[in-house]
Design a protein around this ligand. Structure first.
Ligand SMILES: NC(=O)c1ccc[n+]([C@@H]2O[C@H](COP(=O)([O-])OP(=O)(O)OC[C@H]3O[C@@H](n4cnc5c(N)ncnc54)[C@H](OP(=O)(O)O)[C@@H]3O)[C@@H](O)[C@H]2O)c1
Length: 345
């Protein structure tokens, strides 16, 4: 049985669901993958940090407050200390840092720094945070290569539905020429609701109440979340080196409602479409409302559904649809990345 030690940077909805999922799947991980996972460290922004083999238990038992157990060091100081304490595990390539801090749409920090530090300290990194991939993919991929460690981020786009894995693992020698998709659930839900006469504010409030909208909902409705995903996809799949600020960006608002109703009446649909392609050697990436024909695959997406259509050289178009999303799916993305690391050891 091979034991992997995890240091969790960020312990919110996603990381907590991952810890529960690892517990639920423990037997299967042992039986089918010969893998055992221990949480050895947890860092948060306001609730302190803890290091030790029973970190997760101690964290839950302490009612999230760890200020008394540690000196509440900065996350970076905690991470460096954890890497030092786990140096022998890191040397054996069995240390994995799981980065799930909040998306920073200005610069993708401090998550990018967390990842660089973890890789330099000999840990593999898996993340569901799109910031680092959207702002610094090339740099981080090189750092991982230099360190001979993995940097994986399946959960950054469309939760657990495999996009990056699909291309990396199953499409050798296929070139991705471009993509278009609906990648933000909140805006698709609001557009669908407004077509049925619901008010913008009410539909948004529903998404917030269900915990689907980002904590700062303007990240969703102004197109920032979709722009971050577009930059991440373009950087990884199209070899671009852009940030969300290079994506031409539009969002939705209450005034989109009447237009959505009109489009629907004419057999068409308004969708917030994310797209990128190379035009005469130059990469163009864009997020904005598009008026789609009724028979367009993206036009068929209801509620929180997402889809991505890849344009390729050898297989023409490949579409992948996410018919529902949940925290379990995001946690699964991290689990699948962990197993990728374990498989390659
Ligand atoms: N929720 C989803 O369905 C979903 C889906 C796909 C991707 N994601 C991405 O996954 C990530 C986590 O999402 P979430 O829903 O779990 O967020 P969340 O519940 O807000 O949790 C974020 C966690 O990160 C911690 N944190 C923030 N800044 C930190 C710092 N500088 N150092 C250490 N810890 C820090 C927070 O600490 P405190 O607890 O002290 O505030 C909290 O524990 C985000 O990047 C999000 O975009 C989420």
């Amino acid at each position: 049985l091979r034991t992997f030690d995890l240091v969790l940077i960020g312990y919110g909805n996603v990381a907590r669901r991952l810890v529960a999922l690892l517990d639920e799947q423990r037997d299967r991980l042992t039986r089918e993958h010969d893998v055992r996972v221990r949480i050895v460290g947890i860092a948060t922004r306001r609730h302190g940090c803890v290091y030790g083999p029973s970190a997760a238990t101690r964290f839950s038992n302490s009612g999230q407050r760890l200020g008394t157990q540690t000196q509440r060091p900065s996350t970076l100081a905690f991470l460096r200390d954890s890497l030092e304490r786990s140096a022998s595990t890191a040397r054996q390539r069995r240390l994995i840092v799981v980065e799930t801090t909040t998306l920073d749409i200005e610069r993708g920090q401090p998550a990018t720094r967390h990842i660089e530090t973890a890789l330099a300290g000999g840990a593999h990194v898996v993340t569901a945070n799109k910031g680092p991939v959207a702002f610094a993919y090339r740099r981080l991929a090189r750092a991982a290569q230099r360190a001979d460690r993995r940097f994986l981020f399946e959960g950054a786009v469309m939760d657990g539905v495999p996009i990056f894995n699909l291309v990396r693992e199953t499409l050798p020698a296929v070139q991705i020429l471009g993509f278009r998709g609906v990648v933000n659930s909140t805006t698709n839900f609001i557009l669908t609701a407004m077509e049925q006469g619901q008010r913008f504010d009410d539909a948004l409030a529903e998404m917030q109440a269900r915990g689907i909208a980002e904590a700062d909902a303007s990240l969703d409705i102004d197109g920032w979340d979709a722009a971050a995903k577009t930059a991440a996809l373009a950087n990884v799949l199209l070899g671009a080196n852009i940030t969300p600020h290079d994506v031409i960006r539009g969002g939705i608002g209450s005034r989109t409602g009447p237009l959505a109703i009109q489009a629907r009446a004419a057999g068409r649909r308004l969708k917030l479409v994310a797209r990128a392609e190379r035009k005469r050697g130059r990469l163009v990436a864009r997020v904005g409302v598009e008026d789609l024909r009724g028979d367009d695959l993206l036009a068929g997406l209801e509620g929180q559904q997402n889809a991505l259509i890849l344009q390729t050289d050898l297989l023409e178009e490949i579409a992948i649809v996410q018919r529902s999303g949940s925290l379990t799916q995001t946690a699964y993305a991290l689990l699948s990345d962990l197993l990728t690391v374990a498989r390659e050891r």
